[in-house]
Write a protein that binds this ligand. Structure first.
Ligand SMILES: Cc1ncc(COP(=O)(O)O)c(C=O)c1O
Length: 444
């Protein structure tokens, strides 16, 4: 990694200066080095021509790397739960969706190893033709039973589960009503589908109702929402969505990527938390978060799953999920159901860290979602803080424009059942120290 970026040492140590002034000076200094907010907008170099000119004129990553604040593609050399080694340096990861610590769990690994040795590293074909192994069917049965659904289809990623399902369900005359903060895979599904999509403002039920009324003459309507929004950690207002769906004759699809293993009884998700499982037509989930692996699924009535199974291109025209991943998920699901103490620990850790951030003056969501975005604002300051956090031994992720609107940059932090109190105190201590140093929070 580039040497630590220390241009601001003098300013950072100017004690006694009011925090907002210090922050302003630091941002100006950083912006002299790198035009953060506008770097994505620069026109390509005029001497490069043709379709590839945009690539040769794209300098933002190089500039960020030169400054030592490039936050992406960090090479993890070792990992165990929430502990990582990057660039030979050990750090606590708060950039993980391994909510229940299953990704490195010994019995999950052992189940995966057994499947690996029995079946090999891949299925070398689509589920449709030659890639369905008995493990896929077992997992589908177990998920259906866990979620009390008629049937389930397991796909190779959660992204494909959303994209493939929406693309094949949303026909030419249909309309999807999609929350503006929904995951990119929902956007992609809506984008390739033949039907129309309208985007209602995030969690804004009046806006959703406005659109439902506007399209009242359309027969095929579906409301699509994340149950837990992956950047903000907000929870969807499922009770209101279900009511609006009933009033306006719409179906409901819920992406429980971050609800599964986190909310509801035994981690069944937000729909279970609200006791609305029977009102949700299509349940989407992933194995890449609480279940520590890779893959995605859709659970619904048999006829719906049968349709998707024969129509979703993202399912049919891609290789099946590898046996070791499937076996790991089966083992993980069993642990999730039978060791509820993991979910309890996750909730305790979440409450502890949120209280800590709140006491420091950061705004946090008052819910039990372990995604805790720390809103900073300016991209420059966010990337710089993220680098300094790493130097302190805390590995976090950032969300900057266009993932979030300009000037809404954040450090996206997330927590697990395998963080201990020392880890959490270390994270809070580092944010406090650096927050004061950079004028983001005041000393008191
Ligand atoms: C809300 C949401 N839906 C879907 C996905 C896609 O899941 P996967 O990583 O399993 O492809 C993600 C992952 O980032 C997500 O956060």
């Amino acid at each position: 990694m580039t040497k630590p970026f220390s241009l601001l040492n003098e300013l950072e140590n100017e004690d006694g200066e009011p925090s907002h002034l210090k922050r302003g000076k630091i941002v100006s200094l950083l912006k002299e080095k790198f035009d953060f907010e506008n770097s994505h907008l620069r026109p390509p170099n005029s001497k490069d021509k043709g379709i590839l000119a945009k690539c040769f004129g794209y300098f933002a990553p190089d500039q960020a790397k030169e400054l030592g604040i490039y936050p992406y593609f960090k090479e993890i050399q070792e990992i165990d739960g929430c502990r990582v080694v990057i660039d030979g340096k050990e750090a606590i990861s708060i950039s993980t969706n391994n909510y229940l610590g299953l990704a490195q769990d010994a019995s999950v690994i052992s189940a995966a190893r057994e499947a690996l040795e029995k079946f090999g590293i891949g299925c070398t074909g689509s589920r449709f033709l030659n890639g369905t192994f008995n493990l896929h069917k077992t997992l589908e049965r177990e998920l259906s039973s866990f979620l009390s659904r008629e049937d389930t289809i397991v796909m190779s990623t959660g992204f494909q589960a959303n994209q493939g399902t929406i693309a094949c369900l949303l026909g030419r005359r249909d309309v999807a009503f999609s929350d503006r903060e929904n995951h990119a895979s929902i956007y992609e599904g809506c984008g390739v589908a033949q039907g129309k999509t309208v985007r209602y403002n995030h969690n804004d039920m009046d806006h959703l109702e406005y659109y439902l009324k506007k399209y009242s003459d359309v027969e095929g309507k579906i409301i699509i929402t994340d149950s837990v929004f992956s950047m903000s950690g907000d929870i969807a207002n499922l009770p209101a969505i279900v009511k609006l769906a009933k009033d306006h004759g719409a179906s409901v699809m819920v992406d429980e990527a971050h609800g599964l293993g986190v909310m509801g009884e035994h981690g069944r998700g937000v729909a279970s938390y609200y006791n609305l499982e029977d009102e949700i037509d299509i349940y989407m989930g992933t194995f890449s978060k609480s279940l520590g692996s890779i893959g995605g699924f859709i659970s619904a009535k048999s006829k719906i799953i049968e349709f998707i199974r024969h129509k979703a291109s993202a399912f049919i025209f891609t290789a099946a999920l590898p046996p070791a991943s499937v076996a790991g998920v089966i083992a993980g699901l069993d642990i999730m159901i039978n060791e509820p103490e993991r979910i309890n620990l996750l909730r305790e850790n979440t409450a502890y860290i949120k209280r800590g951030f709140f006491d420091m003056g950061f705004q946090v969501n008052n819910n039990s979602i372990p995604i805790v975005p720390i809103k900073i604002g300016e991209e420059a300051l966010t990337l710089y803080l993220n680098r300094l956090l790493f130097d302190e031994g805390v590995f976090a992720g950032v969300a900057v424009s266009p993932v979030v609107p300009p000037l809404n940059a954040m450090i996206r932090t997330s927590y697990t059942s395998v963080h201990n109190q020392q880890d959490l105190d270390k994270v809070l201590g580092s944010f406090k120290k650096l927050g004061i140093k950079l004028g983001i929070i005041s000393k008191e």
